[in-house]
Design a protein around this ligand. Structure first.
Ligand code: S3P
Length: 454
């Protein structure tokens, strides 16, 4: 997959941000709704699907596998094929930048007896797939590729997989989900054991579609998640709540730009996803969950954030899975705090869309913020409100690095430039427009300032 030419952008110190707004649907839930819809009988109707490149690639993939995902008005409709009922696609499935789409699809394809080639962009082609392929191979998946476990890869499943019991070696919801999805195609029970709770959308949504999924503590502080094979899944109506990982940038901006007051409506507050908000509160931020309610089987709330002076904190490693995608923006927020913020247990950041630990540290240093990386620990030395800025950040095809540093630039003394914003479209195409609507200022090399219509 080739990329459009890079689109650099500069964030400028902005006056207070104000507004009440919504952000698009959660990426993790959107991928799952499409995939589970494809494995169900009948129609699945999805309201609020995230229409970003990553999810649209999953929509194209299920369509290519014979389960068309089509937009009708505001609703996406998937015509499912039932568990094991997908068809061989005519060509490779291209997942672009998306690790979630690729890895969950590997679990689905493990239960189908035809070869499929999986491809992706330069970032995705660098990411490790063995974490998913190894357990899937023990269940019966065959894998062929020229770059070890990296894409492009051809996988070939089988109709009746061998059920396994698998202890997750890394805290990864993608790995857990791929195995549970393969377990749908195995005779008997497939069990995943996780030491640290990771996002549980697969478990919740598989149950909603009719699968038997049981999660029980194993007595050692770990959780055993078991799925029973060969269920009949029924198409459902799914409502996708707003993405807390996208809302995080708007909330972070409100917390660091003096005088701001911003509310993001209807955000998913599943406890496996809210570590960032918990950490902001510990830093002294004025962040509240208002109007808490349940929508589509997930807890949601309106999240309100107001500017506040922050203090550095120590973030416990056990919290990492619940805020794994938010460390770059947390590090940018920590730059404004008084004192050090210490983030431990960040090994998984090294295998995201970029090496996020290295990219975050480099971006901070380029903007005059001192930080120290020791093993899997990042310590950000807070600048006590006055973050120098003035640097250019290399984004390495990583949407969250781009958005984190553009957010930081809204409150830095000098402008902050990111070398490319094109990848923002993979998860949050509305980012610049929504930020602009709150009062955020950006400038591009052409001089245009993307506002609410950008
Ligand atoms: C995701 C899980 C996380 C996260 C990713 C989405 C998911 O990855 O970083 O953005 O939807 O399951 P890992 O499971 O690899 O930690």
């Amino acid at each position: 997959m080739s990329h459009a030419p890079p689109k650099p952008l500069t964030a400028l110190k902005s006056a207070s941000l104000h507004g009440r707004l919504s952000v698009p649907g959660d990426k993790s839930i959107s991928h799952r709704a499409l995939l589970f819809g494809a494995l169900s009988l009948g129609k699945t109707r999805i309201e609020g699907l995230l229409e970003a490149e990553d999810v649209l690639n999953t929509a194209k993939s299920v369509t290519a596998l014979g389960a068309p995902a089509v937009k009708k008005g505001d609703i996406w409709e998937v015509t499912g094929r039932g568990v094991g009922g997908l068809n061989k696609p005519d060509g490779p499935l291209d997942f672009g930048n998306s690790g979630t789409g690729t890895r969950l699809m590997m679990g689905v394809l493990a239960g189908h007896d035809f070869p499929v080639e999986l491809v992706g962009d330069a970032s995705l082609s660098r990411r490790p797939m063995a974490r998913v392929l190894d357990p899937l191979k023990t269940m019966g998946l065959e894998v062929d590729g020229e770059n070890g476990d990296r894409l492009p890869l051809t996988v070939r499943g089988m109709c009746e997989l061998v059920p396994i019991e698998y202890v997750l070696p890394v805290p990864s919801a993608q790995v857990k989900s791929a195995i549970l999805l393969a377990g749908l195609h195995a005779e008997g029970e497939t069990t995943v054991i996780e030491a640290e709770p990771t996002r549980d959308h697969t478990e919740r949504m598989l149950r909603f579609f009719g699968a038997e999924v049981i999660a029980t503590p194993d007595g050692d502080g770990r959780t055993r998640i078991t799925v029973k094979g060969n269920p009949v899944l029924q198409g459902r109506d799914v409502k996708v709540p707003a993405d807390p990982s996208s809302a995080a940038f708007l909330i972070a901006a409100a917390v660091i730009v003096p005088g701001s007051d911003v509310t993001v409506d209807g955000v998913l507050i599943n406890p496996t996803r809210t570590g960032f908000y918990e950490t902001l509160r510990e830093m002294g931020a004025d962040v509240t969950f208002e109007n808490e309610r349940e929508e589509g089987g997930e807890p949601v709330a309106d999240i309100r954030a107001r500017y506040c002076v922050l203090k550095g904190v120590s973030v416990p490693p056990a919290r990492a899975p619940a805020m794994i995608d938010e460390y770059p923006v947390l590090a940018c927020v920590a730059a404004f705090a008084t004192g050090d913020t210490v983030m431990r247990g960040l090994a998984e950041l090294r295998v995201k869309e970029s090496d996020r630990l290295a990219a975050t540290a480099a971006g901070l240093e380029a903007n005059g913020v001192s930080c120290v990386t020791e093993g899997d620990t990042l310590t950000v030395k807070g600048c006590n409100v006055a973050v120098p800025g003035g640097g250019t950040v290399e984004t390495h095809l990583d949407h969250r690095i781009a958005m984190a540093f553009l957010t930081m630039g809204l409150a830095s003394e000098k402008p902050v430039t990111v070398d490319d914003t094109a990848m923002i479209a993979t998860s949050f195409p509305e980012f610049l427009g929504l930020m602009g609507g709150l009062g955020a200022r950006f400038s591009s090399p052409e001089g245009a300032v993307p506002g609410a219509d950008a």
